[in-house]
Design a protein around this ligand. Structure first.
Ligand code: RAM
Length: 891
């Protein structure tokens, strides 16, 4: 009857994480079984210490009768600092099978307490190097090792952004470390395994430090030194010798400093690199650093240090330029074929002193000129000065650009065509595992889906940013909130948002207000509806998608504080009709010269108030907090009642005649019964009267198709999706977009641009349609009552003539789920894959059980089918794990 296997054991949602915090880890694993309907009935976890000896385990859960296979808690002794733990799991199932032990996985703790840091924060002595000088600093030390190295770790961080080197090699493949957090309260440090890089005898260690987010320019106000004016490094190397003894090398006043080839480096503006100033071998043990300058210790707190939480930022793909373009004004331009985020690596042979300049832009203007207007003050310019020694290769270290086009000046022979093979685009973002794929019969929709994914890649660079190119690139809360569900289909964003939410809580105001951007570098004292609601919506999404209850518990005070903040605004505690709001940002029903759509801001604010209060109530239910369930449950009802009093007429019409007002009332269940039907009908009419075009902005767009599909107007939703004329999703696709635009009309039908002042071509907010593509078009959804897809919902919607098939897959915490549909001959075919230890509710629309077959048999009798019934919508089945192929006649 086949084997039961247990695979992919993760710790805190990661595979073999190096450098964890000291909290009890959470385990997850996946079952593999050929047999339909496999459910776990029990598990056993064993944890061994550094020796990996499971004969003497640190902890053994014993056999636990439970179907839990995600977020299983470790209950052994508190993890010790700098220790590698090994773990394995075995499971039993409902067929009486026992699996073998899984492959051994491990996690290793970082330095767990501030007093274990022997390292001192250091910075160049101002007597030798101007601390405000632009060039990147190099800090180094040579040291002797007296024997064979068994293992070695470096714990490191910086104020600024850093690259670490040992004996001439870069340590690790991460970029822009330590990442961006609310530095005054939380600063990540990284853990590196450098065992293979050290040897007995002389060794060298070095760190390069640039301004980064800490000290560099941020925001359109070009603020500098937002967190501090001094770059600094903190590095601690632990060496364990084969004889069991240990040695520590750490930053202290014996290190020395200098500046090198990086003359200038800024996140927005790019980098200037003079290869003639390279210092070959500077991080090697035998390097002569006698002309380097002294460093001084700086008094900075260690209490803010936290081990790396997010996925590291890395180069995840390289792409070649697609074409060389000579613009009408004679510029030599590379077309990468894709609006991407990252950097160009160039290769060149050129005389010493040759200056090569790369400028990065997202679009060409309508006449084909290189266009940088929409970058505002961001220079996005990289300069390389050749050293003239054979073949040289360079990519900037501490900056990134958002671009499709690169204007190249000074490259040898650039009067002719540029050699495309000497330029490579390196795509950079948080290295999140890919978890989802959506595809359908409509090529333009497939391009839209690819644009959404590219938009996510470009903007999930350690922080969820609005855009990656102009002088902004900030963690706008509203944008993150509208996109979170889509993001989580495409990639595993668990650790990404865990880190960001901790920053959100850290930067939340004492009165519960939530800043516009996280990390908060705007430092205003306003909060806006639909933006601040990220405090509630994002942790709830993380719980629903990944089952991360620990994070929900951790964020719960922040969630409540946001609701209590709203409640305290204005005169009426159940309406939010005061203060500043972005409203339905960029809605097309805005007045001339305004960014704010026509939907009343108090309607939006009160609608989100109701929605977030309900989510806090739901979270309280999950966390078992009875009093909060009552408080926020009652509050929710009062706010809904206040909404109806204020915004629904006595005859049951929504007072504000905008698409977004109707969308919110439906989406947040603010209307019911006959009123709901009317609101849905009115929304449909508003869209039909507008010739099937949307007018929604940031707030209404993400939910627009959802509420249409859920309230009887799926055909209208499909018309909006497939609409090709402006404004629509496919309009930008037909204009050649390779990412999602900030404005529906970023490029107008006549080829001209929306104004320079705010026109990003890589802004993921409108990509929130992706969630509806997965959930509704492909029909891969989850039961809201069971987090983490423990019970999925497969409910495909056949799309009529213009959409003849769709498929999606999603790697849920329990394993891969697949849903697909197509017409084949005279039949509808629906295929579903349900991972072990879960069930799925499958709705086959317009099917009746008497005509429904599964892999050739009567579906109701098929193996794995647990329940089957005819309903008004179609045949409804509950199935256990396995692969299914359903077939029924076309209606
Ligand atoms: C813009 C940002 C962002 C939006 C805010 C209100 O500057 O790009 O997308 O959330 O404004």
């Amino acid at each position: 009857m086949g084997e039961l296997l247990v695979k992919a054991l993760t710790i805190n949602g990661k595979t073999n994480p190096l450098g964890t915090d000291g909290a009890a880890p959470r385990f997850g694993w996946k079952l593999e079984s050929e047999r339909r309907g496999t459910m776990q009935t029990a598990y056993r976890i064993q944890v061994a210490g550094a020796d990996g000896d499971f004969g003497k385990p640190v902890w053994d859960s014993g056999r636990v009768e439970s179907d839990r296979s995600i977020e299983a808690a470790y209950r052994g002794p508190k993890p010790a600092s700098r220790t590698r733990y090994h773990c394995r799991v075995k499971v039993w199932d409902n067929f009486g099978r026992e699996s073998d032990w899984s492959e051994t996985a491990w996690w290793e703790t970082a330095l767990l307490s501030a007093d274990e840091w022997k390292a001192k924060w250091i910075t160049p002595d101002p007597a030798g190097i101007d601390p405000l000088a632009e060039p990147a600093f190099l800090l180094r030390k040579s040291f002797e090792l007296r024997g064979k190295v068994r293992s070695a770790r470096i714990y490191a961080t910086g104020l600024g952004v850093y690259d670490l080197y040992v004996n001439g090699d870069k340590v690790g493949d991460d970029l822009l470390a330590p990442g961006w957090t609310s530095y005054r309260k939380r600063l990540q440090f990284q853990t590196y395994d450098v065992t293979g890089k050290l040897r007995s005898g002389p060794n060298g260690i070095g760190i390069m430090l640039a301004n980064g987010w800490y000290k560099g320019e941020l925001t359109w106000l070009n603020k500098k030194e937002l967190y501090g004016n001094r770059r600094a490094a903190l590095v601690q190397l632990h060496v364990s010798y084969s004889d069991g003894t240990e040695e520590v090398v750490a930053t202290d006043p014996t290190w020395t400093a200098t500046t090198g080839p990086i003359l200038y480096s800024e996140i927005y503006h790019g980098e200037t690199y003079d290869a003639r100033l390279e210092l070959p071998g500077w991080s090697k043990g035998n390097y002569d650093a006698s002309d380097w300058k002294p460093v001084v210790p700086v008094d900075l707190p260690l209490s803010v240090l936290v081990p790396q939480e997010n996925w590291p930022t890395r180069v995840t793909e390289t792409i070649r330029p697609a074409a060389f373009i000579r613009t009408p004004s004679g510029d030599a331009v590379l077309d990468m074929g894709q609006n991407m985020v990252g950097r160009i690596r160039l290769t060149v042979e050129a005389p010493a002193g040759t200056r090569i300049r790369l400028q990065h832009a997202e679009v060409l203007d309508k006449d084909g000129h290189f266009y940088t207007g929409n970058l505002r003050s961001a220079k996005q310019t990289v300069e390389y000065i050749a050293k003239g020694e054979g073949t040289e290769s360079y990519a900037p270290y501490f900056t990134f650009q958002g671009f499709r086009y690169v204007k190249v000046e000074g490259y040898p022979g650039d009067g002719a065509e540029l050699p495309l093979d000497r330029f490579v685009g390196e795509v950079i973002h948080s290295d999140m595992p890919r978890t989802g794929e959506f595809e359908c019969s409509h090529e333009l929709v497939n391009r839209l889906q690819r644009n959404i994914v590219w938009g996510q890649r470009g903007n999930f660079l350690d922080v969820p940013t609005d855009c990656p190119q102009r002088d902004e690139r900030l963690g706008w809360t509203g944008d993150a909130q509208v996109f979170v569900w889509t993001a989580a289909f495409n990639y595993n964003v668990g650790p990404f948002f865990r880190k960001w939410l901790r920053d959100l809580a850290a930067d939340q105001k004492p009165d519960g207000g939530v800043p516009f951007v996280i990390p908060d570098v705007l430092d205003g004292d306003h909060s806006s509806a639909a933006w601040g609601d990220a405090a509630v919506i994002v942790p709830w999404a993380m719980y629903r998608i990944y089952g991360d209850k620990e994070l929900l518990a951790e964020q719960f005070d922040s969630m409540k504080a946001w609701i209590d903040y709203i409640r305290a605004q204005g005169e009426n505690e159940f309406l939010w009709n005061t203060g500043f709001h972005f409203g339905d940002w960029l809605g097309l029903d805005a007045k001339e010269n305004s960014y704010v759509g026509a939907t009343p801001r108090d309607l939006i604010a009160t609608a989100f108030f109701a929605y977030s209060a309900r989510l806090v109530r739901d979270a309280a239910v999950e966390l078992g907090r009875a009093e909060d369930v009552r408080t926020y449950g009652e509050l929710h009802q009062r706010v809904v009642a206040a909404f109806r009093d204020e915004f629904v007429t006595p005859s049951g019409r929504l007072a504000a005649p905008t698409q977004t007002a109707h969308v919110l009332a439906l989406m947040f269940d603010l209307v019911e019964g006959k009123v709901r039907e009317r609101v849905a009908r009115d929304l449909n009419r508003l869209i039909a009267d507008n010739d099937y075009h949307l007018t929604t902005g940031f707030v209404g767009t993400p939910y627009l198709c959802h509420v249409l599909s859920d309230n009887g107007y799926h055909d209208t939703a499909l018309k909006l999706l497939l609409q090709e004329s402006y404004p629509s999703w496919l309009y930008s696709v037909l204009q050649g977009a390779t990412t999602i635009w900030e404005h529906w009309d970023g490029i107008k039908p006549d080829g001209s641009f929306w104004s320079d002042d705010m026109n990003s071509f890589n802004h993921y907010a409108y990509g929130a349609i992706g969630d509806w593509l997965y959930r509704v078009v492909a029909g891969l959804d989850s039961d809201p009552r069971e987090p983490a897809y423990k019970r999925s919902r497969i409910r495909p919607r056949f799309g009529g003539e213009r959409l003849t098939s769709a498929r999606a897959r999603f790697d849920s915490p329990y394993g891969r789920i697949e849903a697909s549909w197509r017409a084949e001959g005279g039949a509808r075919v629906v295929e579903a894959v349900v991972p072990p230890n879960t069930t799925a509710e499958v709705l086959l629309r317009d099917a009746t059980l008497d005509k429904l077959r599964e892999s050739g048999r009567a579906a109701a009798d098929a193996d794995g089918v647990l329940t089957a019934a005819d309903t008004a919508e179609g045949a409804l089945l509950t199935v256990g794990s396995g692969s299914y192929r359903f077939e029924y006649p076309l209606a």
